[in-house]
Ligand binder design. Structure first.
Ligand code: ZN
Ligand code: ZN
Length: 257
């Protein structure tokens, strides 16, 4: 690891350790996209197969009810190789599903932070290898939650009780979508403006997948820095000095019987 990367980790990790515990306001350590005005015009690259397309549309519509978000879905590549890699697109969010294997997670949200700590790109992945878990309600719940993490939201609770939002860990049918509190939380997180934009609205997103990185991206999660029975957070220092964080929705307790 280069010195610069060590420094980035040393600066950011202490905040991360607290973020898993401080859930009263349920932001994810106040992570957010930088923007000089609101709402945030974020492109959502759709790399989902037809089995998840209606859930993605519904999730995008639900989050778009936030006054600080303006999400535009664009059709991305959907071949299985692209969906498995789900490589990050600079300045945008990509959503993918694939059979990632029975590797312990149902859903995985990843964000990349620049040296100012702003989100510059992110992915939300749903794992088809746990096919028995995916009722239509749970597809909505997990996709909505993973996408919510990419805006910088944390969980409202982690004990399985329902707050009527997809950001909880309840299997209640009312936990498929954001609730009013989530929109309030977003308004708080995005209540200030920044001096630059960390999103990109280009219609032809550049691929950021180069050489070895394409392969390591799939399951290289870096270091586990927080975890409980429901989720884990992993941090990974990138070669360019940025930091990628992974928010893992664990499959524990959802094994096939
Ligand atoms: Zn900011
Ligand atoms: Zn989560």
């Amino acid at each position: 690891m280069k010195q610069q990367q060590k420094l980035a980790l040393a600066l950011i990790l202490p905040g991360l350790m607290l973020s898993g515990l401080a859930s009263a306001t349920h932001s994810w350590n106040n992570y957010h996209w930088a923007r000089t005005s609101n709402p945030l015009p974020l492109i959502v690259v759709d790399s989902t197969s037809p089995e998840w397309s209606s859930e993605l549309d519904a999730t995008v519509n639900a989050w778009n009810a936030s006054k600080v978000l303006s999400l535009t879905p664009v059709q991305g590549e959907t071949d299985s190789r692209t969906r498995k890699r789900c490589s990050m697109v600079t300045g945008q969010m990509r959503v993918c599903n694939a059979a990632y294997g029975q590797n312990g997670w149902l859903g995985l949200a990843s964000i990349n932070l620049d040296s100012s700590g702003h989100i510059t790109k992110g992915t939300a992945k749903m794992n088809d290898s746990y096919s028995w878990y995916w009722t239509s309600e749970e597809k909505n719940h997990v996709m909505c939650q993973e996408v919510g993490h990419v805006f910088g939201l944390g969980h409202t609770s982690e004990d399985g009780t329902s707050q009527g939002t997809c950001m909880d860990y309840s299997s209640d049918i009312n936990s498929q979508w954001p609730n009013a509190h989530d929109y309030e939380e977003l308004a708080t997180i995005y209540g200030h403006l920044d001096s630059y934009n960390s999103y990109a609205t280009g219609s032809e997103p550049p691929s950021t997948c180069k050489g070895r990185k394409c392969n390591s991206r799939a399951f290289g999660l870096g270091h586990r820095i927080y975890g409980n029975e429901h989720f884990e957070i992993w941090a990974e220092a990138e070669e360019d000095g940025t930091l990628t964080l992974h928010h893992v929705y664990l499959a524990d307790g959802h094994e096939e019987h």
